[in-house]
Design a protein. Structure first.
Length: 209
């Protein structure tokens, strides 16, 4: 319950957040200054079939520097609000990541998203930086991966294939124009191990910068 003030016990998302050394969140009710760790958050996005899920499972196994999570573990029908960019879902994940960061490890969050959907959330203020990487894939390869999935996932229907190919193509063309821009990793010819290696190199480059 990081949003509950230790000073007065009030709950608020409207604290004044000051990123610095140290970082503090100031209660609007009693002015209590709560110290917190403002670690960077790493977001890996991409269309279905681009390799996110398998890469997340393998990255969690081989790299314990981070807490690796898939956004789908918190998904439910109440979160399905495309009209506002899934704002409750996005803000809930940022709140989760903010609390996990207090243990001293950054979160690498996998799931389809656009940077603007996180950047506009109240909880975004608690992160020193948010870095974005999109996985992309050649359309023919993407379709092959989706149609090879079990039937219960309904990934191979014409509507889903069209939607995912269009989203994948949009990400490929516009990654450099989002705010902030997204790095791109083409997984068309990559094994899972090669995809994870590319993600780890991206994570290292973010730390260097």
């Amino acid at each position: 319950m990081f949003n509950v003030c230790p000073g007065c016990g009030e709950y608020s998302e409207g604290k004044e957040v000051k990123i610095g050394d140290p970082s503090v969140a100031v209660c609007s009710e009693c002015n209590f200054s709560q110290l917190f760790l403002a670690l960077p958050l790493f977001v890996v996005t991409g269309a279905s079939g681009s390799g996110k899920t398998m890469a997340a499972l393998e990255l969690a196994r081989v790299d314990q520097r981070f807490v690796v999570l898939d956004q789908d573990i918190l998904w439910n029908d109440a979160m399905s609000t495309p009209g506002n960019g899934f704002r409750l879902f996005r803000n809930t994940w940022l709140r989760m990541a903010k609390n996990i960061h207090q243990s001293g490890k950054s979160v690498v969050l996998f799931g389809s998203v656009l940077p603007e959907q996180y950047e506009s959330c109240p909880e975004r203020r608690y992160f020193r930086d948010v870095h974005y990487l999109t996985l992309t894939c050649e359309p023919v390869k993407l379709e092959a991966r989706l149609t090879a999935r079990p039937s219960w996932r309904n990934s191979g229907t014409p509507a889903v294939l069209q939607q995912m190919v269009e989203f994948n193509n949009w990400l490929s063309k516009n990654a450099a124009e989002t705010t902030p821009p997204m790095a791109v990793l083409d997984t068309s010819a990559c094994s899972i191990a090669e995809t994870v290696d590319g993600i780890r190199k991206w994570l290292d480059s973010c730390h260097e910068n």
